[in-house]
Design a binder for this molecule. Structure first.
Ligand code: SF4
Length: 295
């Protein structure tokens, strides 16, 4: 039996306003999130591997009669055919995650009443955590990240696979946006970023840093984020006493990238990478307010 993890990877918003006021789970035809359903808690986690698995489930589920026994048989089939071991064993990976939308172009819940073939019936009561948890859970990003910044994340990342990896990283997002606003000396607003392709790209480069971060401590498992408040899988933070250095000015960001440095030299290299990306964004954002696109 897994630990706690309800899901909000539903097909559409219920119309209820989520905490914080910005709905982050289903965003557009190509942007959605399934992270709280354990989407990334897989050893085979490339874009293709996850997309292929979801597409296969969706095809199979389309043939399943909407009856309790048949849906339960589908769950057992998926669980027996896909790897049973998961990087974070206590974090449930939901077999009902699939592709939703008219073109099956984003991740979502196959049991949701608005998902293909369900004709308005909510089958989420058949999931591991039950319908109530699936309907009502919202990850900490909804409450912890300022609405203007949540809007930026919603709009900046164009594909569900990348978006879901990043949107739950509320501490990283808070520290990143704080640092950017300090350097830019103005609030960050999507309306100002949107028109500059180069500015948008430099922001995405920062937001997606974790996907290719070479200093990640748990490099043998995917960068899956456990964000539930039972503190079961906690990032250790950076031990500066081992490195013989002062705490980095970028500590909060580096720690949320799950960094582990063997030497002070590595720490300096990592700081340089982040500083360079921050500077590129700052220059391009400043250009939005002066001569236009900073290229
Ligand atoms: S992890 Fe957060 S953003 Fe993603 S589906 Fe769950 S509640 Fe929504």
């Amino acid at each position: 039996m897994s630990s706690f993890n309800p899901s909000s990877a539903c097909e559409e918003t219920t119309g209820d306003i989520p905490p914080g006021g910005v709905y982050l789970c289903q965003v557009s035809a190509s942007v959605s999130c399934g992270a709280c359903c354990g989407l990334y808690n897989r050893f085979r986690w490339s874009r293709k591997e996850i997309s292929d698995a979801l597409a296969r489930r969706t095809r199979l589920f389309a043939e399943v009669p909407r009856e309790v026994a048949a849906i339960d048989a589908f769950r057992r089939r998926i669980e027996s055919q896909e790897p049973r071991r998961h990087p974070l064993p206590q974090f449930h990976h939901c077999p009902f995650l699939g592709l939703v939308g008219r073109r099956r172009s984003r991740v979502g819940c196959l049991l949701h009443p608005m998902a293909e073939g369900n004709h308005g019936v909510d089958y989420r009561g058949l999931s591991e955590y039950g319908g109530l948890a699936c309907r009502t859970y919202f990850c900490p990003t909804h409450r912890r990240v300022r609405p203007a910044h949540s809007q930026i994340v919603r709009n900046a990342i164009p594909h569900w696979y990348d978006y879901g990896f990043v949107v739950t990283e509320w501490k990283f997002l808070v520290h990143l946006f704080t640092e950017l606003e300090k350097r830019c000396q103005r609030p960050l607003l999507w309306a100002d970023i949107a028109d500059s392709a180069s500015c948008r790209q430099s922001l995405v480069d920062l937001l997606l840093l974790k996907m290719s971060w070479p200093y990640r401590s748990s490099s043998k498992i995917p960068p899956v984020h456990y964000f539930f408040n039972d503190r079961m899988y906690v990032r250790p933070g950076i031990d500066y006493s081992v490195l013989g250095t002062d705490v980095s000015p970028l500590d909060a960001i580096l720690a949320e990238l799950d960094s582990d440095f063997a030497t002070a030299q590595q720490l300096r290299e990592a700081e340089a990478v982040v500083n360079r990306l921050l500077s590129v964004f700052q220059r391009r954002y400043d250009a939005v307010f002066t001569a236009g696109d900073g290229g």
